[in-house]
Design a protein around this ligand. Structure first.
Ligand SMILES: Cc1ncc(COP(=O)(O)O)c(C=O)c1O
Length: 405
């Protein structure tokens, strides 16, 4: 039986324990496990932004040439490349995940012009599917083949498949797909891969280069802690970069934006995946977190993340059913617990100072961060959850209306 003292002992020997002090703690006594929207912000972000705004107030127009904001997409991409298992010149930051899905899917399709098929999963995050449906208005020949939950993805890949287009981690259960195995299966049929890493990156390995992945994207605001509404990122394997003529071509991706030429000429490598003006303030917020990412050892992050998840499962499995895989190698960034009145339990947890999130039909998600969660937080959430379930607190009338966004 694990005790609170056992959890404290794990914290005492955690090599990452001091990083927690570099993240804003939030409301005193509240534990944040918000998998869907936002990781914690580094404590130095407000000071960084104030300095940044002061600099911009004075520079104004000269900010265009005297500040480093234009390079931010590449600079920030290089800082998080190691956590994705990518090389620094394979990642750029910018736009939203949905827009980057469009860019990378269009790019992958353009490299397989004679093949109509996109293979994905029916249960994948809806925006990913909407992007294919939108692209179909430009390329009506696209056939979207959706694999049902529990069915074989490999069996759906054939020699008409252009792109295998998948989320690394299921947003409802945290079940994680094997990027290496599925990329190999796609390549065996001559297809390419586009991976959405949103619920994995910053928590579990993606190993994009070792897996020989082709394209990937993901959110900056979840486990990467890039701040509210942070920009997303795109990865393109070096071997494809020069072959792609972007469908979403913009002046900031031009080889020489300030020559203002009439014709588009793609910038070198990942530069062409930048479209328009970078979000100066959002990037400055994000850099607060990415400077921390650039310091940490990804292997330590992944090991701690797996251990936090294993501990949370061990401490809660006799309270409610666990909806995520027990094996950390098959799990993404969060642990899902199941309860038929999941939304009400999420409401009761919030009142008990535990921020979690709900996804229908019954998934209560606890997003875990190796950067700022402590082992004792897992203990604490289990104690509060047990009280809610044992005492039936979730049955209160007010939780029937819990908002689930
Ligand atoms: C797997 C996945 N992809 C994409 C998105 C949405 O990304 P964006 O809003 O940046 O387009 C989400 C949002 O939660 C997500 O979970």
């Amino acid at each position: 039986m694990t005790t609170r003292a056992d959890c404290e002992a794990l914290d005492a020997k955690d090599p990452l324990r001091e990083l927690a002090d570099r993240f804003a703690p939030g409301e005193p006594g509240t534990l944040y496990f918000d998998a869907n929207s936002i990781g914690a912000m580094p404590v130095d972000v407000p000071a960084r932004i104030e300095a940044h705004l002061k600099e911009w107030r004075n520079l104004r127009r000269r900010g265009w040439s005297e500040s480093t904001w234009l390079d931010a997409p590449k600079r920030l991409g290089a800082k998080i490349a190691p956590i994705l298992g990518a090389s620094p010149d394979e990642v750029v930051v910018g736009d939203t995940t949905s827009i980057n899905l469009f860019k990378t899917l269009a790019a992958a399709l353009s490299l397989r012009p004679d093949r109509p098929r996109v293979v994905s999963q029916a249960g994948t995050f809806p925006t990913d599917l909407y992007v294919v449906q939108g692209l179909k208005t430009l390329r009506p020949e696209i056939e979207l083949h959706l694999v049902a939950d529990g069915e074989s993805i490999e069996a759906a890949i054939d020699d008409r498949t252009a792109v295998v287009y998948l989320s690394q981690v299921d947003y409802r259960s945290a079940r994680r797909l094997d990027i290496r195995k599925l990329t190999a299966a796609a390549h065996a049929e001559g297809a390419l891969t586009v991976w959405d890493l949103s619920h994995g990156a910053g928590a579990v390995p993606a190993d994009l280069d070792t897996a020989n992945a082709d394209f990937a994207v993901g959110c900056g605001y979840k486990y990467l802690c890039g701040g509210p509404g942070a920009p997303a990122y795109s990865f393109v394997a070096r071997r494809h970069q020069e072959a792609v003529k972007p469908a979403l071509a913009g002046w900031m991706g031009h080889a020489n934006p300030f020559t203002f030429s009439t014709d588009y000429a793609p910038g070198a490598g990942m530069a062409r995946f930048v479209v328009g003006t970078p979000s100066v303030i959002a990037n400055a917020i994000m850099e607060g977190a990415f400077d921390i990412w650039a310091e940490v050892d990804p292997a330590q992050v992944f090991a701690k993340h797996a251990a936090l998840g294993d501990l949370l499962i061990a401490l809660t499995k006799d309270i409610v059913e666990v909806g995520s895989p027990g094996d950390a190698d098959e799990r993404g960034g969060f642990v899902a617990l199941r309860h038929p009145a999941g939304a009400a339990v999420v409401g009761a947890l919030a009142d008990a100072g535990v921020v979690s999130s709900f996804r229908p039909p019954d998934s209560i998600r606890f997003g875990l961060s190796a950067l700022y969660h402590r082992y004792v937080d897992m203990w604490e959430v289990a104690v509060r959850l047990r009280a809610i379930i044992d005492d039936g607190l979730w049955k209160a009338e007010k939780y029937k209306k819990t908002k689930t966004i």
